[in-house]
Design a protein around this ligand. Structure first.
Ligand SMILES: [Zn+2]
Length: 434
């Protein structure tokens, strides 16, 4: 799939039909039509649940013979099955219901972050097989050590997938930095101190699964997609996601598509210069947005003369700040106020630029939503040019720290929904070139 792949496109509806019976083009056109039609049928079942061949034909405006042929091919690839239940047809004998299968096909998301590693695996039907996050100081060791450790977690996840009867069909690695998606290379990840790391090749080699494609993506872009696909704002066509971790990343969905920019580097909102008199950022510049709202800033503001142990899991450190604030610790409560005000400063820029219907706050912002969301909402009304008229909801991610790694797994599912023919009938692995 190219860098402008279709996985972030809207779920096609019935209008997006391809006329399989009326193909004036050559063989490549007819292969493309076939692929689109396979995608159309599979998405129908994925998005709307079990239905008969006749219902699929009616809803997609494909003819019944074409639908029967497409259903046969999708079954052969292990993607769908007959439920064994029947519904009364309009005429003739009762019709078999078809449903998404995919229990035998597994997708794996991996995530490197500054202070943790994560794995998340599901089967194609969405059954969660692995959901694991471990504290890990990724800055203290070399990229090779980080990737070996992540691949070790990946191998454990693949073993769990195998025990559940699912074969892996794709892996996505989420990384907080600029990613050359086509090359599988992390160009620059300031908070990890990485530059030009061939993450895709190293993970693929260490996982030892030759025929399973490994893709590398920016973590905040994946989180934005996860929010759009399955979060509290699922389906919101104009959405901005901002993650609160050590770094601050962003993903922008405009008109149902992930905004990538010319080189795939868009969404680096954490490095918007908002405070020229501020502190130095991990990227080397001064006053980036993430120096004012990143997790390290919250911990520093809240800790004061009672520092919070940096070796603890980020969730535990956050819980400590929340507990202190609830107990009346003015410094901890003030830390949330300060972060909330700076959050609104950058959020106003994003709202002025993109006019989103929802601003989804992820990472630690979501875990502390009770304290942060009201401040951001109030300040945003004051700071955005359109004020209340901007109509932008500020919401907390329901996916929290898991958003990126869920998006990583979800991306593989989307790729299959876009191109079911990439899943081979024999091995269940996807083909990179399909
Ligand atoms: Zn910066």
């Amino acid at each position: 799939m190219g860098r402008s792949g279709q996985y972030d496109a809207p779920r096609p509806s019935g209008q997006q039909r391809a006329a399989a019976t009326n193909d004036p083009g050559g063989r490549s056109d007819s292969a493309a039509v076939r692929r689109n039609n396979l995608s159309l049928v599979l998405r129908r079942l994925h998005d709307h649940g079990p239905r008969s061949r006749a219902a699929i034909a009616a809803e997609t405006a494909l003819n019944k013979a074409t639908v029967s042929s497409l259903v046969g091919e999708l079954m052969a690839r292990g993607l769908i099955r007959e439920t064994g239940r029947r519904v009364e047809g309009v005429v003739g004998r009762p019709a078999q219901l078809i449903e998404l299968d995919g229990a035998g096909l597994g997708v794996l998301g991996l995530e490197v972050n500054v202070d943790y590693l994560a794995t998340y695996a599901t089967d194609l039907a969405g059954r969660v097989l692995v959901d694991r996050r471990v504290s890990f100081d990724a800055v203290a060791v070399t990229p090779a050590v980080v990737l070996r450790r992540l691949a070790g977690m990946g191998r454990s996840a693949l073993a769990a997938m195998s025990r559940a009867g699912a074969r892996p069909i794709g892996v996505t690695v989420a990384v907080p930095g600029l990613v050359d998606v086509a090359a599988g290379q992390v160009v620059l990840a300031p908070n990890l101190h990485w530059s030009d790391v061939p993450v895709g090749a190293q993970i693929a080699a260490a996982l030892g699964v030759d025929d399973v494609p490994v893709r590398v993506e920016n973590e905040a872009n994946l989180a934005a997609l996860a929010e759009y696909w399955q979060g509290a704002e699922a389906g919101t066509s104009h959405l901005v996601y901002v993650s609160g971790e050590i770094g601050v990343g962003g993903g922008v969905i405009v008109d149902r598509r992930l905004l990538r920019g010319a080189d795939g580097f868009s969404g680096e909102v954490g490095h918007m210069p908002v405070d020229p008199a501020g502190t130095r950022c991990g990227c080397g510049r001064v006053g980036c947005w993430e120096t004012t709202i990143g997790f390290a800033r919250l911990i520093a503001l809240a800790g004061g003369d009672r520092p919070i142990d940096p070796s603890r899991d980020p969730e535990e450190r956050l819980a400590e700040v929340v507990t202190r604030a609830a107990a009346g610790d003015a410094r901890a409560a003030g830390a949330f106020d300060e972060v909330g005000r700076w959050l609104a400063v950058g959020a106003a820029i994003l709202v002025n630029l993109f006019n989103p219907k929802a601003l989804v706050l992820g990472g630690y912002f979501a875990r502390a939503a009770d304290r942060i969301v009201p401040i951001v909402t109030r300040e945003l009304t004051r700071l955005a040019l359109a004020g209340d008229a901007a109509g932008c909801r500020v919401t907390a991610s329901a996916l929290g720290f898991d958003a990126a790694v869920r998006g990583a797994a979800g991306l593989v599912v989307e790729q299959v929904l876009d191109n079911p023919a990439a899943v081979s009938s024999s091995t269940g692995a996807t083909s990179q070139s399909a």
